[in-house]
Design a binder for this molecule. Structure first.
Ligand code: ADP
Ligand code: MG
Length: 706
């Protein structure tokens, strides 16, 4: 049986003035297929039609101006290669201005009528004293329609192709008017429960969408956008909280009821320092999860050097004490190896079998590991993403720890769940990239979050300074000084992904230069970059870790996690090419021992405004959360590493940086609804239930974020 089609599902070809050709163009260019798509394709700005400029008074090149007056004449001017441009002379009471078009000449020539009144909107260009506007938006002023002309006129995103084919701003506005004439309020049903609308005074959905396209005033526009922003975040939170609930009810977790022998032995005899208050608190939170019978999904956030690894290790001991296996996954071979080396060493005197697995472990060795793992003879497996590949099967995986989440796709995370037959392993994700709170709620809304917000005692704040090429010789002597004290130094070059050759050359030049100042055999320099074989990389890295080399020249491959406490200087070349969070990660490679550490940010003299802002932020603060906030402000949340793929950042109106207040309120109400009516059974929540179900049908892979 075919269901009656909802009016919003009507193809746009049925709209007056569109037809099949233009419909196809709208599909190709803007992915507008149906009436619904038109409605939800919002204006990206509004022209304030209350402020009309006078031609004689506009001066500033590039200034956006709105003029009202008469189109005096129109002329098609031949250019070379058989192309034409269209020029028009336009006047108001104060003077004349030239209008020009290079695209869509044919159509414009037909549609623009000299002698008639227009409002003209565009950017002013000046050639000497001559003023002109290229590609202005034109709208005829119709005396009869004047009363319904909105004061705030919406401007829709468009493309050159669309403009060329006459689907310009004006035509788009006409389409929306057409659609609205066909709609009744009930065709845009409410999605939020009435009690929420009442409580926080939100306008209903129909009104909101109408007013976004046809705002009566800036106040009504504000009410409309706030309503939609609220809905956007609220619905996202509902989705996340429901998926969390769903998982919790379905996914039983292994119960690690007791703290046992191995944990206690480690705690009493091996742990070389006292845990910080934050580490203790986080361990308590984890212990609570592990004893609850529900699968743990916890994100552990902690700035670089805050001591996440030991928390991970002690969590593994809890699992072992309860008879389960553990996996620890790291994003790079080097990091995985380093974890393996330090954990194997820590557990040396305990009867715990720890093995390493990555793509580089092959042949007999690999086969043996896989067999022993399946037989339950290996307790802890440490490695790279090789751990989640198909042939790897555990006997009873109870806990999987993922270090440095951002390099790990969400999909990969969920593959861990298939490693056991009946019970999903507990999952602990550790990340050193602090995420601003609003963003954490967005991306990890379905995870529980623990934060280590305290560094181990005795750490000295890393001194960060900004230097340019003219300081080079001073820096070289500073390096000699530090090496003389027995310290080690990183020198990092940017990784230019589009141009691996240039990148390598940069690094090689730097290396050659350093060789002159730090000649063999008195000095040894390690070199590590992304294009080396894994084994060579590791060997080089290892020499540095063991103190056999004094300087490590590298690209950002060392960014994540590497721990060499004796290294006290981080020199970053071409600092302006790095993002803020990357710089912070790099800086976190030093300051890990008791010595005073330094981070020297090298840049050229000429740095963009944003680059300067990044450098300034780095010099001013060591606080990862502050840096994350600044990063989000500078680049916008969409650019934060790891989030693009998440596919959940495509809000139409909500701005994660600016709409803090709305985000907080929406999160609060979503939590309340779930607490009060987890299965959305109450009548009052019916609109919401329908909306969530509809969303599920439309967004097929909504579950992948969990
Ligand atoms: P990250 O959180 O960046 O992964 P690590 O776990 O690598 O940090 O820890 C950084 C360093 O701090 C390591 O050398 C670790 O042994 C040390 N460390 C961790 N916790 C403490 C503590 N409570 N007291 C002293 N040193 C600690
Ligand atoms: Mg770490």
């Amino acid at each position: 049986m075919e269901k009656a089609q909802h009016i919003l599902d009507t193809p746009i070809a049925y709209l007056k003035g569109v037809g099949p050709l233009r419909a196809e163009l709208l599909q190709q260019e803007l992915r507008i297929f149906t009436f619904r798509d038109i409605l939800f394709h919002f204006p990206f700005r509004y022209v304030d039609k209350t402020k009309v400029h006078r031609i004689s008074e506009i001066r500033e090149e590039g200034q956006q101006v709105l003029l009202k007056g008469t189109l005096v004449s129109l002329e098609k001017v031949s250019m070379n290669n058989r192309r034409y441009r269209l020029t028009g002379l336009f006047k108001d009471a104060s003077g004349f201005i030239e209008l020009t078009w290079f695209q869509g000449v044919k159509w414009l020539e037909k549609s623009l009528k000299p002698g008639r009144q227009y409002s003209v909107f565009g950017k002013l260009s000046k050639y000497g004293s001559k003023k002109s506007i290229a590609h202005p938006e034109m709208e005829e002023i119709d005396a009869n329609k004047a009363s319904i002309q909105p004061q705030l006129s919406p401007v829709y995103p468009s493309t050159e192709k669309l403009n060329k084919r006459g689907l310009d701003a004006k035509a788009r506005r006409k389409m929306i008017i057409e659609v609205f004439q066909k709609l009744k309020p009930r065709d845009i049903p409410e999605t939020l429960p009435q009690y929420i609308l009442d409580k926080i005074k939100l306008i209903n959905r129909y009104e909101a969408i109408r007013d976004i396209h046809f705002p009566k005033s800036s106040e009504s526009l504000k009410l409309a956008t706030n309503r939609i922003k609220f809905e956007e975040f609220f619905m996202l939170q509902m989705r996340m909280l429901l998926s969390k609930k769903n998982r919790q009810s379905k996914l039983k977790g292994a119960i690690f009821g007791s703290i046992g022998e191995q944990f206690n032995y480690f705690f009493k005899n091996i742990l070389p320092f006292a845990l910080t208050g934050a580490q203790k608190r986080v361990l308590k939170e984890i212990r609570h999860d592990l004893g609850s019978g529900i699968q743990m999904n916890r994100l552990l956030q902690g700035d670089v050097g805050s001591g996440k690894t030991i928390v991970g290790l002690m969590t593994m001991l809890m699992a072992l004490d309860n008879g389960f296996q553990c996996a620890l996954m790291a994003p790079t071979e080097i990091l995985a190896q380093q974890h393996f080396a330090s954990i194997a060493e820590s557990l040396e005197h305990m009867d715990i079998r720890v093995e390493f697995l990555s793509g580089s472990v092959k042949g007999k060795k690999r086969k043996l590991i896989l067999e022993d793992l399946a037989a339950g003879e290996i307790s802890i497996l440490i490695g790279t993403h090789a751990l989640i590949e198909d042939p790897v099967q555990f006997k009873n995986l109870g806990l999987a720890i993922i270090d440095e989440q951002h390099r790990f796709g969400v999909k990969q995370r969920s593959r861990l769940w298939t490693k056991n037959n009946d019970i999903a392993p507990h999952i602990l994700v550790m990340t050193a990239t602090p995420i601003p709170r609003t963003l954490a709620m967005t991306v990890y809304g379905d995870l529980d979050v623990s934060v280590i917000d305290e560094l181990p005692p005795g750490r000295k704040e890393i001194k960060t300074i900004h230097r340019t090429e003219s300081h080079r010789s001073k820096i070289i002597s500073f390096m000699h000084h530090e090496i003389g004290k027995g310290r080690q130094i990183y020198v990092v070059f940017p990784l230019i992904e589009e141009s691996a050759n240039l990148d390598l050359q940069n690094l090689n030049d730097g290396y050659e230069q350093l060789l002159q100042y730090f000649p063999k055999p008195n000095y040894q320099i390690s070199v590590v970059h992304g294009r080396m074989k894994a084994a060579d990389k590791d060997a080089e890295m290892q020499r540095f870790v063991e103190g056999k080399t004094q300087i490590m020249v590298a690209t950002t491959v060392i960014e994540v996690g590497v721990n060499v406490p004796n290294a006290s200087v981080m020199i970053i070349e071409n600092t302006e090419r790095f993002g803020l969070s990357q710089l912070h990660q790099l800086r976190g490679r030093v300051g890990r021992g008791a010595e005073q550490s330094y981070c020297i940010l090298m840049s050229s003299y000429k740095v963009s405004k944003e680059g300067k802002e990044r450098i300034k932020t780095m010099v001013e603060t060591n606080d990862g959360f502050k840096i994350a906030e600044a990063d989000m402000r500078l680049r916008g949340p969409g650019n934060i590493e790891g989030l693009q793929q998440s596919g959940i950042m495509d809000f139409k109106l909500l701005n994660l940086v600016q709409d803090n207040e709305i985000i907080k309120v929406a999160r609060h109400y979503a939590e309340q609804v779930i607490e009060d009516d987890p299965n959305l059974m109450k009548d009052a929540n019916l609109p919401l239930k329908r909306a969530v179900m509809g969303m599920r049908n439309r967004i097929k892979d909504w579950g992948r974020i969990s």
